[in-house]
Design a binder for this molecule. Structure first.
Ligand code: ADP
Length: 401
């Protein structure tokens, strides 16, 4: 074990970083290990063994503790100060930015990849002077391999840490998306209304070319605002914001289909509606379920060549009510089928046939899952052998899981 005090200057990273390693009083170390998020609940004997291969390391503000991609040689428990866990984030191919994913506070463990003999998935740096207990990974792995009780406790803790970190990251991302998209939308909405004023001829006459260019700008801005709305939606579902009440699904289906009928007529598509006389009520959000149906019917219109057929059916299905939207359009390839519900995924057809951000189906899936239902796609449609069929279920009001 390292004894005494060592000092390193790491000028290569553009900042002088010092850290010292030393032996803490064993009793004190055991006390810190006992109350840490990862070793809490271990036997005194196990804690005492871990203390024999642990030492103290101190990092000055800005000091790099480890770097993403390194093999994890130590597990750290923060004693004092604050540590940031950073990761490379990529919003689009070719653009990678470093961002802080999590701030570690005293008592918390980090670099738990050390237990799994894997590479570190994040970097860590000290925000303020950080005093840590560094536990030697190899010695810890040997102990865990020999002592199954300790292994079970530590693994349960690791799962809890990973789970809460994931939950925290999702909420942070959702919050970030909601703030960023709201801030983007406000100035765009202002530009949109100025354009509408100009297009309306309220500030002087426009020639044909100007009208055409401004109209196109208006359409592009509307598309952009719709995309921001979709991103805002994703962030809302991540934090589970949705209001539900008792409702009649046939009414929602009818309204959504009638809204899109003029669009279908433009393409000479025939949309048939098959709604049973009596359908049990479901619990849900009218606006959100309308959003799902208009997305499915809208896609069916988009991906079916003119003069085709689209059928919308509603059925009872055990404790659920099921909606089916089938078309005789271009269908979905086997390669695309498993991925069409992913965020931002657009199939080959989506790229060539029509505009879209690849968010409609992923938002629909989130909406249906929040309702406690399921959504899936089949291509070709099993009944007709053509195009595709999208189905989703929503639990009946009195449905008990
Ligand atoms: P977008 O339509 O904006 O691309 P969606 O999430 O609604 O995004 O759809 C994702 C992809 O699924 C589409 O790009 C398309 O490839 C495929 N898709 C969806 N509905 C249909 C359909 N009815 N027929 C064929 N392909 C479809």
């Amino acid at each position: 074990m390292p004894l005494g005090y060592r000092c390193y200057n790491n000028k290569a990273r553009g900042r002088a970083i010092n850290y010292d390693t030393g032996l803490l009083n064993k009793e004190k170390t055991v006390q810190i290990l006992r109350t840490s998020s990862i070793f809490e609940g271990l036997s005194e004997e196990a804690l005492s063994t871990i203390a024999t291969f642990s030492h103290e390391e101190t990092y000055e503000p800005g000091g790099i503790i480890f770097t993403e991609g390194d093999i994890a040689k130590k597990l750290y428990i923060l004693k004092e100060g604050e540590v940031a866990l950073d990761a490379n984030l990529s919003a689009r191919p070719g653009s990678v930015k470093r961002g802080t994913i999590e701030v570690i506070l005293p008592g918390e463990a980090f670099a738990w990849s050390a237990i799994l003999r894997s590479r570190l998935t994040m970097s860590a740096h000290a925000i303020s002077t950080a005093k840590t207990i560094a536990v030697d990974a190899e010695a810890l792995q040997t102990l865990l391999a020999q002592d199954s009780t300790t292994y079970a406790v530590v693994m349960r803790r690791v799962i809890n840490i990973v789970y809460s970190r994931l939950a925290h990251t999702r909420t942070t991302l959702a919050h970030f998306l909601s703030v960023a998209s709201h801030d983007l939308k406000t100035p765009l909405a202002a530009v949109q209304s100025y354009l509408q004023v100009i297009l309306g001829g309220f500030v002087g006459e426009l020639n044909e070319k100007q009208t055409e260019m401004l109209s196109r700008s208006c359409v592009r801005i509307a598309e952009f605002i719709e995309m921001i709305d979709n991103i805002l939606d994703i962030s809302r579902f991540e934090v589970g914001e949705i209001e539900m009440k008792e409702l009649s699904l046939p009414d929602v289906v009818k309204d959504s289909v009638e809204m899109l009928r003029p669009l279908a007529q433009q393409k000479k598509l025939n949309v048939t509606l098959d709604l049973p006389q009596k359908v049990p009520k479901v619990r849900g959000s009218t606006t959100r379920l309308k959003q799902v149906i208009t997305n499915l019917v809208g896609n069916a219109i988009k991906f079916t060549p003119s003069s085709g057929e689209i059928s919308v059916k509603l059925k009872e299905d055990d404790g659920f009510v099921r909606v089916e939207v089938a078309d005789v359009g271009i269908g979905i390839s086997n390669e695309d089928l498993p991925r069409i519900f992913d965020d931002f995924y657009r199939g080959v057809a989506g790229d060539t046939a029509a505009k879209g951000a690849g968010l409609g189906l992923s938002i629909s899936k989130k909406i249906i899952e929040v309702h406690g239902g399921r959504i899936w796609a089949e291509s070709p449609c099993p009944e007709t052998g053509k195009g595709s069929k999208f189905s989703f279920t929503v639990p009946k009001c009195d449905y008990k899981k």
